[in-house]
Write a protein that binds this ligand. Sequence first.
Ligand code: CMX
Length: 441
Amino acid sequence: MALKETLKQKIEEHRPRTTRLVKEFGKVIIDQVTIDQCIGGARDIRCLVTDISYLDPQEGIRFRGKTIPETFEALPKAAGSDYPTVESFWYFLLTGEVPTQAQVDEVVAEWKVRQEVPQYVFDAIRALPRDSHPMVMLSVGILALQKDSKFAGFYNSGKFNKMTAWEYVYEDAYDLVARIPVIAAFIYNLKYKGDKQLPIDPSADCGANFARMIGQCKEYEDVARMYFILHSDHESGNVSAHTTHLVHSALSDPYYAYSAGLNGLAGPLHGLANQEVLDWTIKFQEKYCKDVEPTKELVTKALWDTLNAGQVVPGYGHAVLRKTDPRYTSQREFCLKTPGLKDDPLFKLVAMIFETAPGVLMEHGKAKNPWPNVDAQSGVIQWYYGLREWDFYTVLFGVGRALGCMANITWDRGLGYAIERPKSVTTPMLEKWAEEGGRKF
Ligand code: CMX
């Protein structure tokens, strides 16, 4: 069955479950909120729902119930590759079903039609100062696409219908995931390659096409596939996914929603951490290792210098995870099995930081999770393949994250989730409830 038909069936089968939960069990209590959660970033409060992915603090992410190795194992692979195509993963995220090769082929063919980016998007990005951060360019590019939003068109048509609204979100979402790699490649060539643009390869899948559009080698095709899949989704509470969900909950179309999500991803505590990791590591080399090989002692000193300066160690810690991020492990395994990369001095240094930083962070005693997250390992792979402009790394994250955010808001509309509107309280209220030992209901 074609992707949209499968999705339609899944959404229609799922709807009664959501309706029943709200109607019959709407008042069942599933969580409580403490003052530190209220002031401390709503950490751990169970008030979002998604079936696209789930993040276990110990185990890490599962996409549609599958761990990262299980996901890579289950999905049909790109021709001549050990990695699945991004297109097959898109089918899987949306439907929860592993597609057949024929279903993947259909998505690959449709993706090619959808990936054409209108000229006005490139013009809007070109009009920006060339030294704008590439995340600004990406966010502007996505927002520029809004003009032709099918969801906005449907809403404005006077025929808006809650039951079919998801179909228009799906159309925009699919266009967006197909176009964002092309926009990202355009930004790369504009900013770092003197605007020498490379054409779309109509014979290639998303990963291969991206590699070719940024002038990369054949091996990089798997890097792109792996990278976009690993960064796609991390349940709903992270800043980029949550922002996208929140903005779309006002029935803002997918372009408004994802442009906003990207602005959140651009924060150094979230997606920008991958650029910060490279910045930290290169500065470490320049400062401490001009004439000597890096050692654990030097790494320890540099980590303490960072912490004593009141800064965070980028790439370490997590709001939910309490173990090494399996997205880190997956990328590390890629490095270890890639000849050249496993002996690369920067990879060796990142490996040394991995051996050292958790102990330092434990001794420092603040971070609840001293282990590396996805961002600690991703930059070194890009660096090895010659993509050394590290302010571009968050753009790569943004291309991958689009898959999860767009799958999520398609389902948000399919299940008719409400506009998001949590309740605020005031400090005097908190002080009163604190003295009374809790709020009296
Ligand atoms: N280095 C130094 N201090 C850290 C730290 C780190 N890597 N991680 C957490 N801490 C500190 C926090 O800043 C906080 O300090 P204060 O009490 O002074 O405010 C304290 O430890 C407790 O924080 P936490 O509960 O362990 O972590 P949070 O849930 O508040 O924050 C995160 C999570 C990721 C923002 C934080 O670990 C961090 O800043 N890490 C470095 C940046 C990073 O790698 N971000 C990328 C995360 C993955 C992604 O989204 O891409």
